[in-house]
Write a protein that binds this ligand. Structure first.
Ligand code: E4P
Length: 219
C-alpha cells in the first residue's frame, strides 16, 4: 500500500518525505486555503513547489463545476508537472470530464466518493484514482471502512484498474483498517502516519535494553 500525505503544507510534505515513506500528495481547496494560497498564479506556483519536493503523484483539485471549465482548468493543472493528477468532484459534469480526461491521457482522482455506486461510476468513466472519504462517513455514524472493502471487491470482480485512494483518514487505526480492506493508497495528515510507529511496549522494551546495556558497560 502506498502512503500519500493529505496537506498543502510544504513543511509537512518535507517532513513526511524525510521519514522515507512518502509516495505522493493530495490537496483540496480547503487545504490550500489553510496555507493561505489563493489566486490562479499562486495556486499554480504552490503546486509546482510541491511537485519539486515529491516524485510521486500530486492531486490538484479543480474548482470549476461545469464540464468545459473543468476540462480547461484540468489541462492547465496537468501541464504544471508530469506528476500532477487532476482531482475532479463526483458530480455529473465531473464524470463526463473524467471520461474526456481519460481519452486525453490526463490522469484523474475522483473525489468526494461516499458510496459504492459513485465509485463504480468513476471507475467506469476511467478515473485513475477514486477517493472514498472514510472519516466523513464515520462522522455521520456509518461505517466508512465498509466502502473501501466494497470498492475493493467490485474493482477486483469487474477488473477495473482504478486505484482506491482511501481519503479522510484520521487515525493510525484507520490506516491499518484501510490496508486490510484493500485500499491501494491511504492519504492523511502526518499525525496518523506517525501514530503507526507508537506502542508503549516498544518504549518500555527499548528503555530496558538500553538500561541493561548501561549497567554492563558501567561495570
Ligand atoms: C482527500 O483527498 C481529502 O483531501 C481529505 O482526505 C479529506 O479529509 P477530511 O475529511 O479530514 O477533511
Amino acid at each position: 500500500m502506498r502512503f500519500f500525505i493529505d496537506t498543502a503544507s510544504l513543511d509537512q510534505i518535507k517532513e513526511a518525505k524525510d521519514l522515507g515513506i512518502l509516495d505522493g500528495v493530495t490537496t483540496n481547496p480547503s487545504l490550500m486555503a489553510k496555507e493561505g494560497i489563493s489566486g490562479e498564479a499562486n495556486v499554480a506556483n504552490h503546486y509546482q513547489a510541491i511537485c519539486e519536493i515529491v516524485d510521486g503523484d500530486v492531486s490538484a483539485e479543480v474548482i470549476s463545476t461545469d464540464f468545459e471549465s473543468i476540462i480547461e482548468e484540468g489541462q492547465k493543472l496537468a501541464a504544471l508537472a508530469p506528476n500532477i493528477v487532476v482531482k475532479v468532484p463526483m458530480i455529473r459534469d465531473g464524470v463526463k470530464a473524467l471520461a474526456r480526461f481519460a481519452e486525453m491521457g490526463i490522469r484523474t482522482n475522483c473525489t468526494l466518493i461516499f458510496s459504492a455506486g459513485q465509485g463504480l461510476l468513476a471507475a467506469k468513466a476511467g478515473a485513475t484514482y477514486v477517493s472514498p472519504f472514510v472519516g466523513r462517513i464515520d462522522d455521520i455514524n456509518w461505517n466508512g471502512m465498509d466502502l473501501i472493502s466494497d470498492l475493493a471487491e467490485i474493482y477486483a470482480v469487474q477488473g477495473f484498474e482504478t486505484e482506491i485512494l482511501a481519503a479522510s483518514i484520521r487515525s493510525a487505526l484507520h490506516i491499518v483498517e484501510a490496508a486490510k480492506a484493500g485500499a491501494d493508497i491511504v492519504t492523511c495528515p502526518l499525525k496518523p502516519i506517525l501514530g503507526l510507529l507508537k506502542h508503549p511496549l516498544t518504549d518500555i522494551g527499548l528503555e530496558k535494553f538500553l538500561a541493561d546495556h548501561r549497567n554492563v558497560a558501567g561495570g
